[in-house]
Write a protein that binds this ligand. Structure first.
Ligand code: SAH
Length: 344
């Protein structure tokens, strides 16, 4: 019999499951709190449940936890990269970053990825499978247990395309930000997508207060197609329309991610085109100096080029920041640690 994944259940679903086992309503609440507030690692820890109930839970439910395989800590900035093993033996990576305003975790949403962006290490071996809501949550829970510190920000910017795992992503967001769990403010959650337009539209209609980040990386369809296969499916025009729609529905400013690749998308002309795209929208641009991966020959832009690009945007009153590079000494870029592990 396939066991139900208890940590992926919403409070309402869990109540129904417990009622089906003949248990009173408050039991569901107790168990939910053990899982999502006290971050229990097993039913054994749930000391206010009878032994009999704990045993019946073990029979009926699968209790998802992740095993820490490896932790790398940056000597530069304290950033930590975690490699986790899932119950089926697959591995995923997550990053823990310490900022003045709180701790941030970057999680993976899939094992591998099928989007094929040219500069990204996560997609080199294709997609293995989607992560369950419990497996996305557990990346945050395991890091919280390991560091002993509260997480205040979550970014879904690790391996995988979150919009390609839409239903599980949505359940994850509800459990993460809902009242009965860690209750992280929606405003402190960012979901990054390479631009799956129909799912972006659906997310807008959920009217959540999370930040939507679009990986733009180029200013014309032709240039974007050279970097991102998804650009063959959706045009920049469609992307800009759905971004405007997201703002209209949620009132949340869009973030554009733009990875600067030396000689590819970092010229003055690119900056001008980016200004023209950004101007009509309420948006923020995050410039990311590309993190070169050994499988591709893309190089970072010169520092002066990055500054000149940024200055041009600023002079034109576009909100822009250059992403601080964290954990460069620990394979900080998407998918690098997992790949190294698989190669071994
Ligand atoms: N699939 C999602 C989230 C994963 S990647 C997305 O595409 O948005 C998070 C961000 O890092 C994306 O903007 C992605 O394009 C970018 N990225 C991936 N590999 C990179 C690299 N080697 N250097 C710089 N940015 C990279």
């Amino acid at each position: 019999m396939e066991q139900t994944d208890i940590k992926s259940l919403t409070p309402e679903e869990l109540s129904r499951e417990m009622a089906a086992l003949g248990e009173k309503g408050f039991r569901a609440k107790q168990i939910y709190e053990w899982m999502h507030v006290k971050l229990a690692e097993s039913f054994e820890e749930m000391s206010n449940l009878s032994k009999d109930l704990r045993n019946r839970c073990k029979e009926h439910f699968r209790y998802t936890t992740l095993e820490i395989v490896h932790v790398q800590e940056s000597r530069i900035d304290g950033t930590r990269k975690y490699l986790f093993r899932l119950e089926d033996g697959n591995v995923v990576e997550s990053v823990w970053m310490k900022y003045k305003h709180g701790n941030s975790v970057c999680i993976s949403s899939q094992v591998g990825c099928r989007m094929g962006c040219r500069f990204c290490a996560s997609t080199l071996d294709g997609l293995e499978r989607n992560l369950l809501p419990s497996e996305m949550l557990e990346q945050i829970y395991a890091i919280t247990r390991h560091t002993g510190e509260r997480v205040s920000n979550v970014v879904v910017m690790g391996t995988g395309e979150p919009m390609d795992n839409y239903e599980n992503l949505l359940t994850f967001l509800k459990l993460l930000t809902g009242e009965g769990g860690l209750h992280i403010s929606q405003r402190n959650v960012t979901v990054s997508t390479c631009g799956l337009v129909p799912q972006m539209r659906r997310l807008a209609e959920e009217k959540l207060q999370i930040t939507l980040a679009l990986s733009l990386h180029a200013t014309t369809d032709e240039k974007r197609r050279a970097l991102m296969p998804i650009a063959n499916r959706y045009s920049i025009k469609e992307l800009m329309e759905v971004c405007a729609y997201y703002f209209e529905q949620t009132g949340r400013r869009i973030t554009f991610e733009y990875s600067l690749v030396g000689g590819v998308n970092d010229r003055d002309e690119d900056a001008s085109e980016l200004i023209a795209l950004a101007r009509p929208l309420n948006c923020h641009i995050n410039l990311i100096p590309v993190n070169p991966i050994k499988e591709r020959d893309y190089v970072q832009s010169e520092n002066e080029r990055i500054q000149a690009f940024k200055n041009k945007l600023e002079r034109n009153h576009i909100n822009v920041t250059v992403r601080r590079e964290m954990g460069r000494d620990i394979d900080g870029a998407c998918g690098q640690l997992r790949r190294k592990y698989i190669e071994k």
